[in-house]
Write a protein that binds this ligand. Structure first.
Ligand code: RTP
Length: 150
């Protein structure tokens, strides 16, 4: 676990279309994570197949790619203490019905096939996903407030 751990968080097309972008971003900001990359992208099926390459053999794979390519997603990188594991806790379980109230999916979603957000499941996956979605690199910045809150 590192204080500068990075995770790739994505608001899926249903999250964007349901106007949940601001609410999801607010959760990460309010928890204390630092935004170091952000963009709205309408990804191609080929790009999404790379992102989900581990799931290629699954029966739901074609439907997943179609859903993810159906509209723009918000691609983000958040940095901070234990960002990968805590980010996944904040999102909730893959199946929203199994997600606790208070988690993003537990508060805003019902169906596994429309679960509004994605978060990296390990530091290694985060590095791969950040490289795939942000080949141009992330934005490194220092807050003027940092010396005051430390
Ligand atoms: P994600 O990558 O989106 O954060 O999801 P995850 O790790 O929690 O779950 P994973 O097993 O990697 O599945 C990726 C996404 O595929 C869709 N899915 N559909 N119909 C189904 O049974 C099913 N199972 C998974 C979900 O959108 C899931 O987030």
């Amino acid at each position: 676990m590192s204080v500068n751990e990075r995770t790739y968080i994505m608001i899926k097309p249903d999250g964007v279309q349901r106007n949940l972008v601001g609410k999801i971003i607010a959760r990460f900001e309010e928890r204390g994570y630092k935004l170091i990359a952000l963009k709205l992208v309408h990804a191609t099926p080929e790009h999404l197949e790379k992102h989900y390459e581990d799931l290629k053999g699954k029966g739901f794979f074609p439907g997943l790619i179609k859903y993810m390519a159906s509209g723009p997603v918000v691609a983000m990188v958040w940095q901070g203490l234990d960002a990968v594991k805590t980010g996944r806790v904040m999102l909730g379980a893959t199946n929203p019905l199994a997600s606790p109230i208070g988690s993003i999916r537990g508060d805003y979603a019902l169906s596994v096939g429309r679960n509004i957000c994605h978060g990296s499941d390990s530091v290694e996956s985060a590095e791969k996903e950040i490289a795939l979605w942000f080949p141009e690199g992330i934005v490194q910045w220092t807050s003027e407030l940092e010396p005051w809150v430390l």
